[in-house]
Write a new protein. Structure first.
Lengths: 115, 110
């Protein structure tokens, strides 16, 4: 049981390049989400998904795309990288739990630098 | 979203208990109180959560005030590995848009 796996761990991009950050979970969780963390700050929600085929925007969605074709995977696409997207990106998943309140599991993060 | 207020930092000695406070005066009746922590260079890690009653697990205890406007995360015996940023977050049921503030940075001295 690997939990939430993010790849790559580190990435350097040039301004204008595009790339996809991968996130996979093996816990059969319905909910998945992407956060970014800038230095000295808390995490901010980018996009989230409540199930395969369903995505929605979070607090800071501009410049990012997501899709959820399977329960396990939730990739984050940077369309045209900008220096302002330099950050650490975290993927999280959680069980819907019905009416129960459940905890989120986070990946180890992808450290992205845009030059 | 209901907000939480935490001290910026706290210090403790190893093997001593640590009480991390959190104020959430605008909490609604259906909000759960979650605590996460983030060790250096790692993703956030779930610690504990509760609704009204005090909760215990292998990592910590959560004491919730009777009026639910504040709570305290209790680490019974701090270790060096407990040095982290601790976040107090309010969530509902369904998908939780976790709102992370700046949390409390806990420093643990040998």
């Amino acid at each position: 049981n690997a939990g939430v796996t993010q790849t790559p761990k580190f990435q350097v991009l040039k301004t204008g390049q595009s790339m996809t950050l991968q996130c996979a979970q093996d816990m059969n969780h319905e909910y998945m989400s992407w956060y970014r963390q800038d230095p000295g700050m808390g995490l901010r929600l980018i996009h989230y998904s409540v199930g395969a085929g369903i995505t929605d925007q979070g607090e800071v969605p501009n410049g990012y795309n997501v899709s959820r074709s399977t329960t396990e995977d939730f990739p984050l696409r940077l369309l045209s990288a900008a220096p302002s997207q330099t950050s650490v990106y975290f993927c999280a998943s959680s069980y819907s739990g019905g009416r129960r309140n459940t905890e989120a599991f986070f990946g180890q993060g992808t450290r992205l630098t845009v030059v | 979203d209901a907000k939480t207020t935490q001290p910026n930092s706290m210090e403790s000695n190893e093997e001593e208990p640590v009480h991390l406070p959190c104020n959430h005066s605008t909490i609604s009746g259906t909000d759960y109180i979650h605590w996460y922590r983030q060790l250096p260079s790692q993703g956030p890690e779930y610690v504990i959560h509760g609704l009204t009653s005090n909760v215990n697990n292998r990592m910590a205890s959560l004491a919730i005030a009777e009026d639910r406007k504040s709570s305290t995360l209790i680490l019974h015996r701090a270790t060096l590995r407990d040095a982290a940023v601790y976040y107090c977050i309010l969530t509902g049921t369904g998908f939780q848009k976790l709102v992370f503030g700046t949390g409390t940075r806990l420093l643990v001295s040998p």
